[in-house]
Design a protein around this ligand. Structure first.
Ligand SMILES: [Zn+2]
Length: 292
């Protein structure tokens, strides 16, 4: 079954405290989910499952290990011995190369797509230090979408507006978040497994910028509203998840130990029929849904 994974970096489930939690200060139609309240029913019959990201290891959960766990189903922090921030290190690269969800999709004879466009410059400058999402894609042997695809309306950038690319000197058409979200939906309709990565939430969490947080929440709501109304939820499962908390507590510039929301829409809800998840359990459920 077609599956779309929206990976939103650094959003956790915190208390409803408008002083620190942007999801409390600026109501989100989809993501106002709070640790001190019952779990809400989500629009379009979605469910939310609180998800532990600590992998049984001490310290603050970090991106490289969290994303590797989400994208492989392996306990990345335990394999390394601690949480790892930033880009995947050699051990994490090995896990991604061995067990990436895209590799598992490929083994099922299905097609995977990463909706985020990647530039030649990205590979040139990064060398081995590419993101977990990019390495996960390459491990499956699927082609990445290029800047040409982005310009032609067949790929998106992580911010859904192409503002970041323009700041970096790429000539990229400005897009409204809704236009980019429609492209994500178009890609999801044509593939078995589609991944989209949104990272501004983690950036705003680190910069503790409550004003920018309002715009980010509006963008996430537009993304969800658009994909959930563009896709046939009888035939498509949409999952949103994260790698660790951060954005939901702007009092601190670090990540948090809060659980993260795993939100599920569509038939795959039955596979995710649990009260609580661990981040390293998500990939196996996704593969079950994709194989259905
Ligand atoms: Zn971070």
């Amino acid at each position: 079954m077609r599956t779309l994974l929206l990976f939103v970096d650094g959003i956790g489930i915190g208390p409803r405290d408008p002083e620190r939690n942007p999801f409390a200060r600026y109501a989100s139609r989809f993501l106002s989910i709070f640790a001190d309240e019952p779990l809400p029913a989500l629009p379009y019959n979605g469910v939310v499952i609180p998800t532990l990201t600590d992998m049984g290891m001490p310290g603050l959960p970090q991106s490289a290990t969290g994303q590797t766990a989400l994208l492989t189903g392996r306990n990345a922090s335990r394999e390394v011995g601690h949480h790892v921030s930033g880009m995947p290190t050699p051990t994490l690269r090995r896990l991604l190369n061995e067990a990436s969800i895209f590799k598992q999709v490929q083994a099922l004879g299905k097609r995977g797509v990463f909706a985020n466009a990647l530039s030649e410059e990205y590979f040139k400058h990064r060398g081995e230090w590419i993101s977990a999402t990019t390495r996960a894609l390459l491990a499956g042997g699927f082609p990445w979408l290029t800047m040409q695809d982005l310009r032609a309306g067949r790929a998106v950038s992580h911010d859904l507006t192409n503002e970041f690319l323009n700041q970096m000197g790429f000539a990229a058409p400005q897009r409204a978040p809704m236009e980019s979200a429609r492209i994500v939906a178009d890609l999801a309709r044509a593939a078995d497994f589609t991944l989209f990565e949104f990272i501004l939430t983690d950036a705003v969490g680190h910069s503790q910028d409550m004003t920018q947080a309002q715009e980010i929440i509006a963008r996430l709501d537009t993304l969800l509203e658009t994909v959930l109304t563009s896709l046939d939820l009888k035939e498509t499962t949409v999952v949103l998840s994260s790698d660790h908390g951060n954005f939901e507590d702007l009092r601190v510039k670090t990540h948090t130990t809060n659980k993260v929301p795993t939100c599920v829409w569509g038939p795959g809800k039955d596979i995710f029929n649990v009260k609580e998840l661990r981040i390293e359990a998500i990939a196996d459920s996704l593969i079950k849904i994709i194989a259905m």
